[in-house]
Structures are given as C-alpha cells and as structure tokens.
Design a protein around this ligand. Structure first.
Ligand code: HEM
Length: 202
C-alpha cells in the first residue's frame, strides 16, 4: 500500500480504537450515573473492571498470532495501545479495591493480600505489569534493545496469574475462568509451536 495512504489510515484507525477501548469505562460510568450497578455497586465495579483487565491482556496477546495467521502486519501497531489499556483497567480495578473496599487502609490491604491467595496472585500480576507499562515507550524499546523483548515476555506469566486470580475466587461456576484459561492456553500453545517453527528467529 502507498505509505502516505497507510499513514493517513492509521491516523483515523488509532483514535477510533482508542475510543473503543474507553467504551467499557463509559458504560460503567453510565450504569453508575443511572444507579444501575446492582445491590452491591463496589462488587459490580470490581468485577467488571477485573473482567476488562483480563480481556485486554488476552487481546494484547492475540495480536501477534492474528498478525502471523492473517499476514496483516499493521495489526502490530495497535498492540502497545491494547497493552496500556490492560494496565489502565487493572489500575482502575486496584483503585476500586483501594478506595471503596479498603478506604486506603494500607495495613489492612497488606494483611488481605498476604492472607488471601487470590489477592496475592492478582497483586503480583499488577506489580509485574508496572515495569511493562513504564518501558512501553519507543525510547525505552530502543534503549533496552533485546532486553525489552525479554522483559515484555512477562506478559504471559502475568496473564496466567490473572486467570489464576479469577479462578481462585470463583465459588461455584468455573465457566468464566475456564473460558479465559482456554483462550490463554491456545495463545501460549501457539507461541510455543511458533518457537518450534522458528518464528522467533525470523
Ligand atoms: C493483572 C491483574 C489482575 C487481573 C487480570 C484481575 C482480574 C480479575 C477478574 C477477572 C476478576 C473477576 C471478575 C468477575 O467475577 O467477573 C477479579 C476480581 C477481583 N479482583 Fe482482580 N485482577 C487483577 C488484579 C487485582 C488486584 C491487584 C487486586 C487487589 C489487590 C484485585 C482485587 C480483586 C477483587 C477484590 C475482586 C473481587 C473478588 C470478589 O468479589 O470475590 N485484583 N479480578
């Protein structure tokens, strides 16, 4: 494609995708505004932001396999944005817990995170995401060179921790964690299979 046209298309699609990524937040704000968050609004907010954190994480991991399978290389240009939105929704998810659940009671938070394994793994995933978000700029990518790729491979264990965090707290119906776990297993499987075929070297 003509590079000029490609750049113009990108100028339109990037903001559109950015707006689409904000829609879950807009939808949640709308529900809150109309008082439709159910009997336990904090729980609803916590669950929905948790869901979107995991969805964005998995969506970010889908980009590379989708690009390879379709040959549509431009998909790669959206990976960073999706990854940052995953971090944004995890940040919101944590902020809801911090402000509405624990009211900034840091000793209680530490005790809770240590005592409840599902929170321990969720918190670990959140902490691991921070260096990835910090180093997501093009400047950091250049500065870190090959180490950047090594560091950003952390997104796989982070997604595993995210699914574990979800599975660990579910009381009866495991269908949600199984669905996300299944998608993640396929993405991990594809990556390992790709390694065998030498995608890395290429
Ligand atoms: C990468 C990091 C994380 C991901 C992907 C994630 C994802 C999720 C998901 C998918 C849910 C369940 C939503 C549902 O039931 O539909 C959830 C619930 C929850 N998460 Fe997270 N989470 C993460 C980090 C954290 C952190 C750092 C905290 C707080 C320290 C936290 C606290 C909670 C709480 C309190 C719930 C609700 C549990 C309940 O009501 O029983 N999460 N999270």
């Amino acid at each position: 494609m003509n590079p000029h046209l490609a750049r113009r298309r990108l100028l339109i699609t990037k903001p559109l995708i950015f707006i689409a990524c904000l829609l879950p937040l807009v939808w949640l704000c709308g529900l809150a505004w109309q008082g439709q968050l159910g009997a336990n609004p904090v729980e609803t907010l916590s669950h929905r932001t948790g869901d979107w954190s995991l969805r964005f994480l998995l969506l970010t991991l889908t980009i590379t396999p989708a690009r390879r399978l379709t040959g549509w290389n431009r998909l790669q240009q959206f990976r960073r944005m999706l990854g940052l939105f995953a971090f944004f929704y995890v940040g919101l998810h944590f902020a809801i817990y911090l402000v509405f659940d624990q009211f900034f009671d840091w000793p209680a938070i530490v005790a809770d995170v240590v005592k409840r394994p599902y929170l321990t793994v969720g918190f670990a995933a959140f902490l691991l995401l921070i260096p990835l978000a910090i180093t997501s700029t093009y400047r950091m990518m250049k500065r870190l060179g090959r180490n950047w790729q090594r560091l950003h491979r952390l997104v796989y264990p982070i997604a595993v921790l995210g699914v574990l965090h979800y599975a660990w707290q579910v009381k009866a119906d495991l269908s949600g964690p199984l669905l996300y776990g299944g998608v993640l297993a396929m993405l991990l499987g594809y990556r390992l299979w790709g390694r065998g075929l030498g995608f890395q070297r290429r």
